[in-house]
Design a binder for this molecule. Structure first.
Ligand code: IMP
Length: 421
């Protein structure tokens, strides 16, 4: 089996779309394993910018097979829109949807918004796409609707009615007013469009792997947003770490040849929760504006800060990362000094190089920084030897501090602005 996995190592938005597009050139099958349209993956080809929330980014390469894996939660409307754009490109690629993937229903989006409003200042800062409530239904089972339920109009109607009846008290409590008839009127045309794409995805992927096809599993979000290993409760509701790649596809760990971890050359975060290296100064504003750090999904301004190697090492270890893809190196150009957090000082005066697992402890740490000389603001050519010497030595330092080799450096959004090492 030849399986590669691409995972985000920070709080999402690492530039995975571009990296997946790059590695997909040599893959036959590209699979999204987790999450939903809380993700926003950008791929820039020539003068065209594409943004995907659900379809695997690898589908921009010609003649690929894309699979929306069983670990995903999917908004029918968003998927139909992306499919229409994908079909219009007709690049020889095709796509399938796991029958085990879960459907985001209109009430999930309502519950997401209602939950955030009720939480007030303690809100998670979700993307508001109904992700958490849909995974909640999956865990709860009786109120879950899967893509298999979409395979006939009759089965879907029965399921919607059944779940609707079950959730009535919660609808009344939270002010959800749509009727079953209204919901079906909106969703039935989408169901009809999507039903032919539904497959037994795990058997399909296992057969692909056993027949020698190269498979690339595409992660969404990032390790620090992991439901189990991230900064709980300020996390997403799935596992963007390596475990999610397996549970979200059914492919076995034994087939994995490499785990590519994607990290920006600095750090960003959107939503609530601790962010030790966050900058509230001119350098932070510089990164935000030069890096165009706005959420692809929500348009929210992302907080920016220095690269946090304490967090990066943790993400490398829990994922078993074999190599790094370093993105947005160009954004650091023009800064006189560049800092990297190498350990954390705790309020009791001790210093740790371990990432605290208790979010309350993480919220109280002070980063201890190493400082490097910057380089000029000129645009960077995608050739290693032509990078400014300080940019090359910054990459070398990250490699040493993270403990894994950097195999890909991205120096701009375009597909060709990529250096393979
Ligand atoms: P949810 O996934 O919409 O429930 O949001 C939970 C947290 O994860 C919030 O802080 C979101 O901002 C964050 N989040 C979810 N998806 C992404 C992503 O793709 N990039 C960055 N942050 C994300």
């Amino acid at each position: 089996m030849a399986v590669s996995v691409v995972l985000g190592l920070q709080w999402g938005d690492e530039g995975k779309g571009k990296i997946v597009d790059y590695y997909s050139a040599s893959a036959d099958v590209v699979v999204r394993a987790t999450g939903g349209n809380n993700a926003g993956h950008t791929v820039v080809i020539g003068d065209k910018t594409y943004k995907l929330h659900l379809l695997p980014s690898g589908l921009f390469q010609d003649n690929k097979t894309g699979v929306l894996g069983n670990g995903m939660v999917i908004d029918l409307q968003v998927l139909c829109k992306e499919l229409a754009e994908f079909e219009a490109r007709s690049n020889g690629s095709k796509v399938f949807i796991s029958g085990k993937a879960h459907v985001i229903m209109p009430w999930h989006k309502h519950f997401d918004a209602a939950g955030e409003t009720a939480s007030g200042i303690k809100k998670i800062g979700t993307t508001g796409r109904g992700i958490g409530p849909c995974y909640e239904a999956k865990a709860n089972r009786s109120s879950a609707i899967r893509f298999y339920d979409l395979t006939s109009g009759e089965r879907f109607e029965k399921k919607v009615q059944e779940v609707y009846n079950l959730l009535k008290p919660r609808f009344e409590q939270t002010g959800f007013t749509l009727s079953v008839a209204q919901i079906l009127a909106e969703l039935e045309p989408l169901r009809e469009k999507l039903a032919p794409f539904v497959i037994d995805s795990t058997n399909f992927l296992l057969n692909c792997a056993e027949s020698g096809k190269e498979i690339l599993i595409e992660g969404a979000q990032g390790a620090l947003l992991d439901f189990d290993h991230g900064t709980f409760p300020f996390v997403t509701s799935s596992n963007p770490t390596i475990g999610g790649a397996f549970t979200g596809t059914g492919l076995p760990h034994s087939g994995v040849e490499k785990v590519i971890g994607v990290t920006k050359a600095y750090t960003t975060r959107v939503g609530s929760g601790p962010f030790p290296t966050k900058l509230i100064d001119a350098d932070g504003d510089y990164l935000q504006s030069k890096g165009a750090e706005f959420g692809t999904t929500t348009g929210r301004k992302r907080d920016c800060g220095w690269l946090d190697v304490v967090a990066l090492r943790y993400a490398v270890k829990i994922n078993g990362v074999s190599e790094l893809a370093l993105t947005k190196l160009d954004v650091l150009g023009g800064l006189e000094k560049i800092k990297v957090a190498t350990s954390y000082a705790l309020p009791n005066g001790s210093v740790t190089s371990d990432f605290p697992e208790d979010t309350a402890v993480l919220a109280g740490v002070e980063p201890v920084y190493a400082e490097f000389n910057g380089w000029g603001n000129e645009s960077l050519l995608p050739e290693w030897e032509k990078l400014p010497v300080n940019a090359r030595s910054y990459v070398g330092e990250i490699e040493k501090l993270a403990g894994v080799p950097v195999k890909l450096v991205s120096v701009g959004p375009e597909r060709t602005q990529t250096i393979a090492l």
